[in-house]
Design a protein around this ligand. Structure first.
Ligand code: YNC
Ligand code: MG
Length: 425
């Protein structure tokens, strides 16, 4: 029924996506689309917003609660956000594991270039001052097919477990919308594990064990019937050293080359962020130089050839999960998430992606080796970008989790089954 979402500028489930695509592509084709029974809806914004009519003040909260911008530059306030998320954020369907963002990861995700404090929105209990809910946005430039959109990415919507099912989420979503609108931003991208009207793409999570025994002992990995623990351990064993010649950690001097390669590589997909050089430096270079540091958030490796040209890069970031009813030795799982990558092999004329597939398998295997060296227990990846070219070969298995991608106030035809979206922390 979607009492809230049916009032918002998002496509309905029965919006005719094929007609939207046809209408977007050419007038000749939209004439053809006219033959389809439903009216062809145009690609683009769903609702025009008059910035002068955007309320200057938030709508009031129920008695006992108040709005509170969170200052993430103030360590105790960053602690409060981490504490809220660590106890109340996303869990798997069986409530066995819950995302546990490091403070460093939160600061990285929420203080991307152009960030503003007014988009880090908290709700506090008036008496105790306790932070009980949060929602955030960061600015970004999106490209949907050939259209560029100045938008935002909304993330970290979280409500304390004791305040659930009280219709507070719509209030938070309308407040972050108001704050985006005030800055002239009328479109947004967001992801969720739940189905809402209406995903533009849907991805599945895949997992590749790095420490199978640990994953088995915390209940993350099953023992397949007909296998033994020892055989599982052997199956996931990795070489000690990486295999790609010229592979090294990305440095500040690589920003131009990675920026060029990343944006060219992303042109191959229909929905992606467009990165500025500042954004490349922010998202790919960690302040922590030691690749084994426990405070490190993101790892980016480049491949430099003998002519000193950067031919490839890949990256992964750290996101731990806490083991909710951890009776055993382990209270957290350290997961590396495949982030962005790019390779000149994508631009080689080739039959059936053979060159690209071989190259990505080499790079992905090195990513697994490096993640293992950085003490990760599992490597996760979604079915997006070119990931399906290496997932099976590198022994990733399909998980239960889905991730749906959504656009706010923007209509476009569906993207082919998820292999076609940008990444998301
Ligand atoms: C969700 N994840 O359907 P209807 S993802 C959006 N995203 O509305 P109540 C959600 N909407 O069906 P609760 C949602 N989950 O009546 C539920 N909803 O139309 C909808 N979990 O509200 C739901 N974090 O307050 C329903 O529900 C309405 O108390 C019900 O709160 C929900 O960050 C939630 O999974 C998720 O903390 C906050 O369960 C709570 O259950 C919780 O009665 C654990 O809400 C943590 C969790 C979500 C992670 C994420 C992306 C959020 C995107 C929000 C949409 C942004 C739109 C763009 C705005 C900017 C526009 C510009 C410009
Ligand atoms: Mg609620």
């Amino acid at each position: 029924s979607y009492k809230f979402w049916s009032t918002q500028p998002v496509p309905k489930f029965d919006d005719d996506a094929a007609a939207a695509a046809a209408a977007a592509s050419s007038s000749a084709q939209s004439a053809a689309a006219g033959e389809v029974k439903k009216e062809a809806k145009k690609e683009g914004p769903i609702k025009e917003v008059d910035i002068n009519k955007v309320p200057k003040e938030p709508s009031p909260l129920v008695a006992g609660f108040e709005w509170s911008e969170v200052d993430l530059e103030d360590p105790p306030q960053l602690d409060e956000v981490q504490d809220l998320l660590c106890n109340h954020y996303v869990e798997d369907d069986e409530a066995m594991f819950r995302f546990n963002y490091l403070k460093e990861t939160l600061a990285w995700a929420l203080k991307a270039p152009g960030w503003r404090k007014s988009w880090h929105v908290g709700v506090r209990a008036s008496k105790s001052r306790k932070l009980v809910a949060f929602i955030s946005a960061i600015p970004l430039q999106l490209r949907v097919r050939d259209n560029k959109i100045k938008g935002s990415e909304v993330n970290f919507l979280c409500i304390h477990k004791k305040l659930r099912a009280k219709r507070l989420a719509p209030v938070l979503i309308m407040e972050i919308t108001r704050r985006c609108n005030l800055e002239g931003v009328f479109q947004a991208i967001y992801t969720a594990g739940v189905i809402l009207p209406k995903p533009v793409a849907s991805c599945r999570y895949f997992h590749r064990a790095l420490d199978w025994e640990k994953l088995y002992s915390v209940g993350f990995s099953p023992l397949p019937s007909g296998s033994t623990k020892q055989r599982q351990v052997i199956k996931y064993r990795l070489p000690d050293r990486t295999a790609t010649p010229g592979l090294r950690l990305m440095e500040a001097k690589d920003v131009d080359a990675v920026h060029s390669l990343l944006n060219r590589y992303l042109k191959r997909v229909k929905l992606a962020q467009e990165f500025s050089k500042d954004e490349v430096a922010h998202w790919f270079i960690d302040n922590e130089s030691d690749p084994k540091s426990a405070k490190r958030v993101v790892w980016t490796y480049v491949v430099e050839d003998s002519a000193k040209k950067i031919t490839d890069f890949f990256s992964f970031y750290c996101l731990e999960s806490s083991v909710i009813h951890g009776a055993g030795n382990h209270s957290t799982i350290r997961a590396a998430y495949m982030f962005y990558y790019g390779t000149e092999s994508a631009f080689v004329e080739q039959k059936e992606d053979k060159v690209l597939s071989d190259r990505l398998n080499l790079l992905a295997k090195d990513a697994l080796i490096l993640a293992k060296q950085a003490r990760f227990d599992v490597f996760n990846a979604l079915t997006l970008l070119d990931n399906p070219l290496f997932l099976e070969k590198q022994l990733f298995g399909a998980g239960d989790g889905q991730l749906h991608y959504y656009l706010f106030n923007y209509r476009t035809a569906d993207l082919p089954s998820g292999v076609d979206a940008g990444n998301h922390v």
